[in-house]
Ligand binder design. Structure first.
Ligand code: URA
Length: 237
């Protein structure tokens, strides 16, 4: 995709925006062998860009699924902490989690260095469903399934979820599907109905299943999975 050169250089961490503009203005940047001018656009995937004679390359795009164990934090700002899930992921490239799971939530989380991909998975407009398994402090009433479907008021917004019992004999365990990404949404919905979440795990994002990936382990998305998820977020061919 074509973008202004200074944006490309800052996105790739070559230089901050102002510094990138100066480099361009001082004739230190070339695109396909020609000195670039301020405001010029380029496509970092196709064009040959040099900054002070060094080739600027777009890092390989990475799409990983990870099974976050309970009691690990997702956020990059805690990366130094012993309980950071990023410590369990040994990838050279700089990647970041797509959305968050709470410290005490486990399960499927995607990691990438593709900003557009991450935005679309999180943005409610693309309606990428997320499915969770929750165990509650007591049996969930059948009537509350209907309430979740119609919407539960949390602070200033209505949250909806599709819910079903996972086991016939244990009404405390539910499978819940939402397409909102708001913080603590499941716990807040359950609290609004008078329940406490004892255990929470995400098992599915859009067409992607956690499957038998072990806790603390990760893997690249397969070609088939990539095709499915890209299609689901409108980036597919
Ligand atoms: N909803 C929650 O309450 N917590 C999570 O981690 C994810 C969804």
């Amino acid at each position: 995709m074509e973008e202004r050169l200074q944006k490309i250089l800052s996105n790739l961490g070559v230089a901050a925006r102002r510094k990138a503009e100066q480099l361009i203005a001082h004739g230190k940047v070339t695109v396909n062998g020609k000195v670039a001018v301020l405001g010029q656009k380029a496509d970092p995937d196709k064009d040959f860009i040099l900054v002070e004679n060094r080739r600027i390359k777009v890092p390989r795009k990475i799409y990983i699924m990870f099974n976050k164990p309970r009691d690990y934090v997702c956020s990059l700002s805690d990366e130094g902490s012993k309980r950071s899930m990023m410590r369990l992921i040994k990838v050279k490239e700089r990647i970041y989690p797509v959305g968050r799971l709470d410290f005490d939530t486990e399960g499927l989380i995607l990691l990438t260095n593709d900003g557009e991909f991450a935005n679309r998975i999180m943005h409610p407009r693309y309606e990428v469903e997320k499915t969770y398994v929750a165990r509650l402090d007591r049996g969930f009433k059948r009537d509350d399934i209907r309430k979740l479907k119609n919407g539960v008021l949390i602070e200033d917004y209505q949250a909806t979820a599709r819910a079903q019992y996972l086991f016939e004999k244990d009404p405390r365990v539910l499978e819940l599907t939402i397409h909102e990404g708001k913080k603590h949404i499941i716990k807040n919905m359950m609290r609004a109905l008078g329940y406490k979440v004892i255990y929470l795990a995400r098992i599915k994002i859009g067409p992607l299943y956690l499957g038998d990936l072990r806790k603390g382990k990760y893997r690249d998305l397969s070609k088939a999975e990539m095709e499915k998820i890209m299609r689901a977020i409108g980036l597919g061919k």
